[in-house]
Design a protein around this ligand. Structure first.
Ligand code: PRP
Length: 216
């Protein structure tokens, strides 16, 4: 017996930006139909004909918000965003793509400051980390180009993700402390996970088959 449309159709939130291309390649490997529209256009809602699927393209930090509120059933998102946003979603699968690490970085000649200030796009992660270390710091939230902060004296250190290490290097910064490893995850809305279990399981299963290849 086939399911009614509203139980079959799955809305997937995809993050625009850093991990987009790798995530699209992952979808292709999982056998999902990746249209030109999804790759190239400026459209933000992209239905996949005959596949009971619809993609929405969101800013990465908003993916867990769309999923928590159920306007997307599942989402593809970095662990950095999950740790920072603390949204109420199910984390279903580690896709093992989008590898990077969360670090504390500073100038090569960094010395402990009297009133330490840390600039970051991740204020929750940074505050939690320094609290756990028993260090009192002032955390300053920035929205990007965080590496600028120690160079112009806004902060003595930063908390940020490092991928190739190129941005740090080209700005004369070095990694001081390792906070955690980051990879891309598949998340699901709690109600969708129950009400659309077949469709969610189906996509998770397809993704799961690709994971060992991502790992390699
Ligand atoms: C991220 C991150 C670093 C950079 C690290 O920024 O915040 O700045 O990438 O990558 P790398 O180690 O390969 O150099 P993003 O490109 O997302 O831009 P943003 O600074 O505007 O947030």
């Amino acid at each position: 017996m086939s399911l009614p449309d509203n139980e079959r159709k799955l809305t997937i939130a995809m993050p625009k930006g850093r991990i987009f291309e790798e995530a699209i390649a992952f979808l292709q490997q999982a056998g999902l139909e990746v249209t030109r529209e999804l790759q190239d256009s400026r459209k933000l809602i992209i239905p996949v004909e005959n596949a009971s699927l619809e993609f929405i393209l969101a800013k990465p930090t908003d993916v867990p918000t769309y999923v928590e509120y159920g306007v997307a059933d599942v989402g593809v998102v970095g662990k950095d965003v999950l740790l920072e946003e603390e949204r109420d979603v199910y984390e279903l699968l580690n896709l093992e793509i989008g590898y990077c690490r969360m670090v504390v970085a500073g100038l090569g000649d960094w010395k402990p400051a009297e009133a330490p200030r840390v600039a970051t796009k991740y204020p929750r992660i940074a505050s939690r980390y320094f609290r756990e270390q028993g260090q009192q710091v002032e955390v300053i939230k920035l929205n990007g180009s965080v590496e600028l902060a120690p160079l112009i004296g806004l902060a003595d250190r930063i908390v940020d993700i490092v991928s190739t290490g190129r941005t740090l290097k080209e700005n004369g910064l070095v990694e001081l402390e390792h906070i955690c490893e980051i990879t891309t995850r598949l998340i699901a809305n709690r109600a969708s996970y129950r009400m659309k279990s077949e469709a969610v399981d189906d996509i998770a299963q397809k993704f799961l088959e690709v994971v060992p290849r991502s790992r390699g």
